[in-house]
Design a protein around this ligand. Structure first.
Ligand SMILES: N[C@@H](CCC(=O)N[C@@H](CS)C(=O)NCC(=O)O)C(=O)O
Length: 202
């Protein structure tokens, strides 16, 4: 039995929910309520010593970190495959996951920190505006990566899944995707149409 320790609104939790759904795996959702700081409870710290969601328990094997979990799922449950077969393609997927995890997503976290955890009067608009501008800059890179392709690695993969949880936040924080980013806009529409997008929302 697979147990996913998650929080519905967490982008990194949704990354794993999407991979599980795409692979057709049954899993139990275990709520770790970030608003109640449950991720820092002694019991949960035994599961993830960094006190963050998501974490996964697959029949007693426990691991954490959304990117590492998704790679584990690919190794353990290879069909349907969410990774290219060739080493160059696999490296490209990992480069894009790294770009999402370490450059794209952290700017969303900066906005969430201001909007979700601070009362309106105490929010730093400069931090929010800077983060939005940095997110918009990321579209340059994604647009180029998608040139001549429907998905980041050619076929649908863990690279695309990494970005999908951020799409709703673009709307929520009113971050426009300029019409000049034709590849990005078509790619986003394609990914939002996948059943796993709606099914992973909570
Ligand atoms: N590298 C980790 C980052 C996990 C992470 O940042 N989780 C956030 C939610 S999206 C979290 O648990 N935040 C609460 C905290 O850090 O206390 C991953 O990809 O899973």
């Amino acid at each position: 039995m697979i147990k996913l320790y998650h929080f519905p609104a967490s982008t990194n939790s949704r990354k794993v929910r999407i991979a599980l759904i795409e692979k057709g795996l049954d899993f139990e959702r275990v709520l770790i309520d970030l608003s109640k700081k449950e991720q820092k409870s002694p019991d949960y710290l035994k599961i993830n010593p960094f006190g963050q969601v998501p974490a996964l328990n697959d029949d007693g094997f426990v691991l954490y970190d959304s990117t590492i979990i998704n790679e584990y799922l690919e190794d353990e449950y290879p069909y349907p495959s969410l990774m290219p077969k060739d080493s160059e393609g696999r490296a490209r997927v990992r480069l894009m996951e790294d770009f999402r995890d370490n450059y794209f997503n952290p700017h969303f976290m900066e906005i969430i920190h201001e909007v979700r955890y601070k009362p309106e009067g105490q929010r730093d608009q400069k931090v929010i505006d800077h983060a939005k501008a940095e997110i918009m800059k990321c579209f340059d890179r994604i647009e180029k990566e998608l040139e001549g392709k429907e998905y980041l690695a050619g076929t649908f993969s863990l690279a695309d899944i990494a970005f999908m949880p951020n799409f709703d936040l673009l709307e929520r924080f009113q971050i426009p995707v300029d019409p000049k980013y034709k590849n990005v806009r078509a790619w986003m529409a394609r990914l939002k149409a996948r059943p796993s997008f709606a099914a992973s929302a909570t």
